[in-house]
Design a protein around this ligand. Sequence first.
Ligand code: MN
Length: 741
Amino acid sequence: MNKIANIKTETSRHLRQYELVDLVREYDPSVDENLLNKAYVYATKAHGAQMRHSGDPYYAHPIQVAGILASLHLDVQSICTGLLHDVLEDTEATYEDITEMFGEEIAKLVDGVTKLGQVELSVPNPTRQRRQAENFQKFVLAMSKDVRVLLVKLCDRLHNMRTLEHHPKAESRERISRETMDIYAPLARRIGIDRICSELEDLSFKHLNSSAYESITRRLEDWRANQKAAISQMSVALRDLTDEQGIAAQIYGREKRAYAIWRKLQRQGISFEDVADIYAFRIIVDDRATCYRVLGMLHTNFRCVPARFRDFISVPKPNGYQSLHTTILGPENRRLEIQIRTARMEDVAERGVAAHWAYKNESYAYDPEKAQESGGDPLRRIRPLVEMMEQSGDADEFLEHAKLEMFADQVFTFTPKGELISLPRGATPIDFAYAVHTDVGDTCIGALINNRERPLRTRLQNGDVVKIIRGGEPEPQPDWENMVVTGRARSSLRRLTRDKEVQEFVRIGAMLADHAFAREDKDFSESSIGDTLKRLGFKEPEELYHALGKGDMSIKHFMKAAFPGRESTKAMEDYANREFITDSTAKLYVKGDGLTAGVSMHLSDCCSPIPGDRIVGLQRPGKGVIIHTIDCDVLASSDASSDWLDIGWRRAAQHAMSTGRVTATVEHVPGALADVTKIIGEAGGNLINITTVQRSPTFFDMIFDVEVTDNRHLMQIIAALRTSAYVVAAQRMMGEFVPAQ
Ligand code: MN
C-alpha cells in the first residue's frame, strides 16, 4: 500500500533509469519509454555537475521527484515534467529546447512549474490575512489551469522537504517549512492527496517544532510497544468476523502521524493517552454495499461510540474523500477507530486527483468516465473552491483551513491571454507593462483594466485583467516615476528620461548653431560643418549639438572653430556681455559726462546691463570703465562713490539687441527644456546660450543668455517663463549665481 513511502528517500541512492521506466510500465504498459529515457538523460546532462546541499548530484532531485510522481501513477508527460522541472530555472536549457525535444505539452508543464517557483512568498503578516486569502485564491487559479503542474510542484516540494535537513541555513529551513505547512500541505489536501499532505505536514512540523515532534515520536514508540499485543489481537478478531460472513476484505492498520496527533492535542486540550485514533484499522472491500454490511457487522459485535460515526460515502468530503468511519469499544474497553471503504475509494484517498488518470485504449490519459465514478472532472473539487473564495464573504472561512500568511505583498494580475503577472502590492499598469516586456512599458500610453479604460496611476487589484494600450514612440510622463513600485519600471523610466533629455539637448544645440550661423548670414547645414566637427574632436553632428545644447561648449568656441580665420563673428561678440559693447561700440550706446574719449568700456559680467537699465560706470585704473546696473551688489560694496560715473543709454541703443542673462530653476523632466525654449522664442527673445550650473535628480539650475531689445523685454520673457509649469523660479541674473532653493 505505502507506494509513496516505498520510493527511496536516502540521499545516497536515487532511481536508476531502468528502475524508473519499470515503475511507470507497471501501471502503464503502453508508456513511451523513449520519451522517458530521453528526459532522464537530458536532466542528468543539463544539471551536470551541479550539487545539492546534501552533497548529492543535483539530478538526483528531479529523478526522485519523477519517482514520487510515478508512485501516484501519473501520465508520462507528468513524469517527464518531474525530470525536467528545474532545467529552465537552473540550467542553460530554454523553453524552445524543451519544446523541440519533448513537445509543447511537456514544455508548457515545465514552464508552469518554473513560474510557480518564481512566485515570491513573503513574510507572514497576520493583520492582513484577508488580503492574503484573496492573493492565494489567484495563486490557486493560476495553478489549476493544468492540475499536473500542481502535482509536480507538490512532489518537488515533498522531495525538498525530505532532504531539508541538509539545508545549511536555519532561517531557510524555517521559511521553507512554514511555507510548506501554510501553502503546500493544504493544497495537497484540497486536491485529495492525503498521503502527500500528511507527510508534508509532518516534515514541516519536525523543523518548525522539533522538541514537540521528538517528544511525540518517543511517546508513539512507547505506545506501539504497549499496544502491539492488543493490535494484533484486534486484527485477528476483525479477520475472523469478515471470514465468517464470507466477505473478501483487506485489513490493515495505519498509525496517526506525529503532526496529526499534535494538532489533536492542541485543539482538544487532551492528553496523549486520550487521543482515540492513534491507530486505526482499514477494511477495504469490493463495493459500496459491502461497506455498509461490514459496518453492520461491527456494530453487532462491538459497542460503538455514536458521536464518532461518520458516513463520508453518502456525503463525501469536499476533496472527494469517501469512507465510513466508526469508533468501537474493543478489548479492555479501548476505543478503536475503523475505516471502511472500497478499493476505488482508497485509491482516491491516496492519490486524490491523480486517481482520475487511467490507462485506456492504449493511451494513458485523464479518463472522464473513470473520473465520473468518483466525482468527475479532477478539477471539479478545486473549481467550487475558487468560486467560493471569489465571493469574498467566504475568504475568512477559507482562511481557517489554510493559513495564508505568505502573499501579503503580492497582487496577482493577468494578461488578456491569461498569463499570470505577479507584482508587488501598489503596482500600477505601468509596472505591469514593464513586467510584460520593456518594449511594452516604453510604449505604454494607457490601459484597459477589466475591459474599462482606467488612469495609469490606478493601483492594480488581484485578478485584474490588464491590457496595455501602446503608442508608437516612447512618451514617458514626468510623474510616472512616482507612480511605479517595481525597480524594473523605475530604472526603465529613468533610462527613457535620460534618452529624452539627450534628444532635447541635441535639438536645442542644433537650433543654437543654426541661429549663430544665421547671424553671419550663413546657411547652416550638417554638410558644411564637417571640418568644424573635426577641429572640435566630434565624430557626429549630434555630439556637437549635445555639447552646445547642454552648455558644455559655448557658441563662441563653436563659432571660432567654424570660422577659424576670422577674429570675431557677431555670435562671438554677442556671446559674452563684456564684449558686446566695447570701446567704439559702447560709445555708440552709452553716454555720460565723465566719459572721456578713448577710455575702454565694458558691460559688467555680474549684472549684464541692457538698454533701459539704470546704469553706473565704475572707473578702474588700467581697465577703463566697467558698467553696472544701479542695483548691482558690486556697487553696494564699493565705498568710493566718487568713482561712480553717471551714465545712461543713448537712444540708438533702444534699437540694438542686447544680451540679458536669466537664471532659472527648471524641473528635471522630459519636455521641460523644450517648453522653456519655446516660451523664450514666442516672447521674441533669441536664446543664444544655455549653461547648466547645477544638476540634481529633480532640478536643473540653468543660465540662459537671451538676446532682447531692452530690460522691459527681458522682464516680459522672465514673466512668461514663470508661467511655465516646469519653471520653479526665474530671475534676471544679478551678481553671482545662487541656485533657487
Ligand atoms: Mn525542484
